[in-house]
Design a protein around this ligand. Sequence first.
Ligand SMILES: [Zn+2]
Length: 90
Amino acid sequence: MSISVPSDTQRWRCTQCGNLTRFDVTRSVRSRDYLHVDLSGASRVEESEVLSETVEQVRCRWCNAVDAVEVVDRPAAEQNGAAGSGAERA
Ligand SMILES: [Zn+2]
């Protein structure tokens, strides 16, 4: 089963228990990182750009249902159109 990723005006909802805010998401990310190595050889990532990502599994934190999420509209999206995005993060 493939998992739909919510757009800026959508969110996930667990079809088993109705959870909207807590999910364990397993994903494959392909990224380009800027690695800054200091003179001792220790390195850290200072910038990371996601080139592509694929959601492999979503598990509900409330009821442990796996891949039981559906994509629903965010409440703000219905009132304000597509104007606001990213403000809602619980
Ligand atoms: Zn659930």
